[in-house]
Design a protein around this ligand. Sequence first.
Ligand code: GZL
Length: 320
Amino acid sequence: MTFTRRTLLGGAFLAAASAIIPALAAKPLVIGFSQVGAESEWRTANTRSVKDAAKKEGITLKFADAQQRQENQVKAIRSFIAQRVDVIAFSPVVESGWETVLREAKAARIPVVLTDRAVSVSDPTLYASFIGSDFVEEGRRAARWLVERAKKAPGRTFNIVELQGTVGSAPAIDRKAGFQEVIASHPTLKIVRSQTGDFTRAKGKEVMEAFLKAQGKNIDVLYAHNDDMAIGAIQAIEEAGLKPGKDILVISIDGVKGAFQAMVAGKLNVTVECSPLLGPQLMALARDVAAGKPVAKRITVQEGVFPAEVAARELPHRKY
Ligand code: GZL
């Protein structure tokens, strides 16, 4: 074999090997993701953001929908451990009950990232980081809007009914606390009834019907922990022959398109933004965690407040 042919073959082999080795070396990151469910417009947008970001980043996403049941999330996390994924990410449907399964992930040396909702655990090393919103501040912002509105009717008492999110979930606990903290110094603002609507339109409507039956015309404000329950409640208010947004002020949280459409229609007064678009940041965080890089324990996203006055202008620009 002439020198030239040997050199050419050798070169070809090296080129092929170097093409294969980097591909092996850059094995795609594998994330096991346990999602709460598909209970709201917010959740649908959050799932889309996570899936799109994983695809864009070339990350293999093993996705499990828990249908709002903690036992399904625990099962999914155990399955991810058995599959030896690189990182486990999840949005815990409720705050408590995670110690055991998170200890199993730690024992398997698989890092865990919390997204959207937080957990309450005695050992903070059971997860690497949390990325999401400050729900207490969202509750404060909702109440501050009402405080400003009440200034237009000095001395008038506002009877508030509250549709809470999923019992035991971080957003429900914290949004209630934040709202309560602000109205505590305003005695004319009174929560007269409070019950969970589990973050869904159907339950929000059902509970609002019960509130209207019990309270009759003595409801001035609805504070809903998310837009979906507010939209369901708006239907109940209309079916009771009342005008949502006028006879009963409607305050909610999330900032989904449905809320902007309700504000344009004059049926909802304000929505406090809670961004579901966590996908890109979650992927970057998972890569850093998988690489053993130091990461912040808590990463919160910037959000705004959208009163009805700006809804028509903002609606075309909304991304979820
Ligand atoms: C908040 C998220 C909540 C939304 C609801 O980050 O966990 O769950 O406010 C969703 O719409 O169901």
